[in-house]
Unconditional design. Structure first.
Length: 361
């Protein structure tokens, strides 16, 4: 009788023990607590992480604003990150290989990891030299803006009050949401950054409605044929895989999102998928629609249709005439009659004759 009572308890204890083991193997962990980091540990982290090659698990924007990790949460969010990338461009995207070019400690509670040179291009000492002119002004020898050629970015590992004593392996686990130190290839790093449903579909070479272009490329490869068309106010692109009599698959995109998948089987069966199967935030088709040609932006992110606004006038060609000047005299096409063009009333012509000087003998 006692054995029957203890059996469920033993099963529960074993289950909790197994969960604890899996939790220890998780790639991310909560912010560790302990004494404040000292100088030897600080130097060990810099030596152990600087110049490390990593695979990227999340897109980084170019510019002065990078990513921040605190308690396992990444900021900025998906929508703000998409806006930064649309404004400044993409520094690296999931699956890319990058190098940690610098490790710096900022304040008492932040570690900054720059990748691919960081957001600002480093200059040599001689590029900071300035020359004084006669007017007293200083002219730098290097006229280039360091920000113009910067392609890197950075991530900040933030803590509450101070940076605790950490090992290199602990920091790598905390950076796992953005960096993969153990991936053997770019494809593996990219797949590990995807949701399980998308990852399984790519391994099975299947396309889900809601995927983006990179996911479809990883699942089916580059499309042999593409077709673009405009349907009303929406412009879409269709990727075509396969040739009859084999199976043919049509994947339709609006912006960067799959909105339709059509498969023509060998036996004549037709499969059409339009319902969203995976939701990648921020969405494209259900979110903010891309600006259409001729649509003017309104405050608050809206757009005014061309039907409600005045049709845009064609831009005038550039001219050197000042306001009030007469239009230039346009000579009519030569008709072969040999007659000079007539001057319109109200306009005068000025003929300038150039006489060559006579050279005395």
């Amino acid at each position: 009788m006692k054995l029957r009572i203890l059996s469920p308890a033993l099963i529960l204890l074993l289950s909790l023990f197994a969960l604890a083991l899996f939790a220890d193997d998780a790639p991310t962990q909560k912010t560790p607590t302990g004494p404040k980091i000292d100088e030897p540990t600080r130097m060990a982290l810099i030596r152990g992480l600087n110049a490390e090659m990593v695979f990227i698990r999340r897109s980084f924007p170019m510019g002065d604003k990078g990513l921040t990790i605190k308690d396992g949460q990444i900021t900025p969010g998906d929508f703000e990150l998409k806006r930064l990338i649309a404004t400044n461009g993409t520094s690296v995207k999931p699956g890319d290989r990058a190098q940690i070019s610098d490790v710096k400690f900022r304040g008492d509670n932040m570690i900054v990891f720059e990748i691919n040179g960081g957001p600002k291009k480093k200059v040599k000492w001689y590029q900071r030299v300035e020359i004084s002119g006669s007017s007293g002004g200083m002219t730098p020898v290097n006229q280039n803006d360091p920000k113009l050629n910067s392609k890197g970015s950075y991530v900040i590992l933030a803590f509450d009050k101070y940076v605790p004593k950490l090992s290199v392996d602990q920091v790598k686990k905390m950076l796992y949401p953005v960096f993969d130190f153990n991936a053997l290839s770019a494809a593996q790093a990219y797949l590990d950054s995807l949701p399980p449903k998308v990852k399984d579909a790519i391994k099975k070479h299947q396309v889900l409605v809601g995927m983006n272009r990179d996911m479809v490329t990883y699942a089916l490869g580059r499309p042999p044929r593409k077709h673009r068309e405009t349907d009303g106010n929406k412009e879409w692109e269709e990727w075509i895989y396969g040739e009859p009599p084999q199976e043919v698959q049509f994947v339709r995109f609006i912006a960067d999102e799959v909105v339709l998948v059509e498969i023509m089987k060998v036996d004549g069966q037709k499969i059409v998928k339009v319902d969203k199967e995976v939701d990648l935030k921020p969405t494209v088709a259900e979110g903010e629609e891309p600006a259409q040609p001729g649509a003017a932006a309104q405050p608050g992110g809206g757009q005014s249709s061309s039907a409600d606004s005045t049709p845009a006038q064609p831009a005038k060609p550039p001219t050197l005439r000042r306001p009030g000047d007469d239009p230039p005299l346009m000579a009519p096409p030569d008709t072969g009659t040999g007659k000079l063009p007539t001057v319109p009333s109200g306009q005068t012509t000025t003929t300038t004759t150039t006489t060559e000087p006579k050279i005395p003998h």
